[in-house]
Design a protein around this ligand. Structure first.
Ligand code: SF4
Length: 93
């Protein structure tokens, strides 16, 4: 089992921040939660999948890596909600 701090000294260029940062930042960007891009940024450089599964709960990982809705999907979701609200309202007389 790896220590939580084992890879903290590894550095990478962060496209979000536009600067070089340590793995320690990536594993706790939300204070206690890893960055949602941690797999993309570190895969192939560190055993990041194993690290995540060792140190974080399955629930947290599922929430963190749940597929984000694309813009078009979000628009359709909002439109469907509006349609349902309109259908529920009684017709004006
Ligand atoms: S995991 Fe997040 S914080 Fe770390 S380099 Fe990638 S985008 Fe930046």
């Amino acid at each position: 089992m790896t220590d939580m701090n084992e890879y903290d000294h590894y550095e990478t260029y962060c496209r979000s921040l536009g600067d070089c940062i340590d793995f320690s930042y990536c594993r706790a960007t939300g204070g206690t939660e890893p960055c949602g891009k941690i797999l993309d940024c570190w895969i192939g450089r560190l055993p990041v999948s194993e690290f995540l599964q060792t140190h974080y709960s399955p629930e947290l990982l599922e929430r963190l890596f749940a597929p984000q809705l694309g813009r078009l999907e979000r628009l359709f979701t909002i439109a469907e909600r509006v349609d349902k609200n309109i259908a529920r309202k009684p017709a004006a007389s």
